[in-house]
Design a protein. Sequence first.
Length: 212
Amino acid sequence: MTAASARPPAAVTFDAIGAAYQDAFAASEPHRRSLDRLLARLAPGSSVLDVGSGTGRPTAETLAAAGHDVRGIDISPVMVGIAARQVPGASFECADIRALPLPRARFDAVCVYFSLLQMARSEQSELLGRLAGALKPGGHLMLATVPLEVEDVEVVFMGQTVRATSFSADRVLALAAEAGLTVLDRDEVLFTPALPGAGPEPQLFLHCRRAD
């Protein structure tokens, strides 16, 4: 077994992609609208967990610049290194969120932008429930995904062959409800990454709230 094969596939994928991911996706207007909705509801100095923090842009950078206490978690050490350099106002940790203990009622907000797609369906459901539990009562969870009914399909993403799993928009909404979350805003868009030859992809942005 090689060192690469022993590592989680998402770590291998995003180590290889690195800063190119930011170039392709960080300017997304739907993503920034989602962050604006969150910022409008956060109290000053809120604690935020950014799951799949990538290069730190735009999520951690935007929230830290607004004065919030941001903790980023990413499975890719390359991404964590880039984020730490680019966003010194936030803290970043290389870890697999599936295995990371999450304190109950710790965060005012949790951001989960496109970081579930290489997990099995059971893992996505279980993690969403744990992330909801990590929110303080009344806390906010921002979730973005590609709303397609696919399971363990092979796709080529930014030159990397990956296996992707997702749910339809209605099933994502059902998962949020099962996790004890109320959906405040729903934004379904077609977004074209800044990549040569890229076509539009469906994206779903949810702004959810944990009950008081």
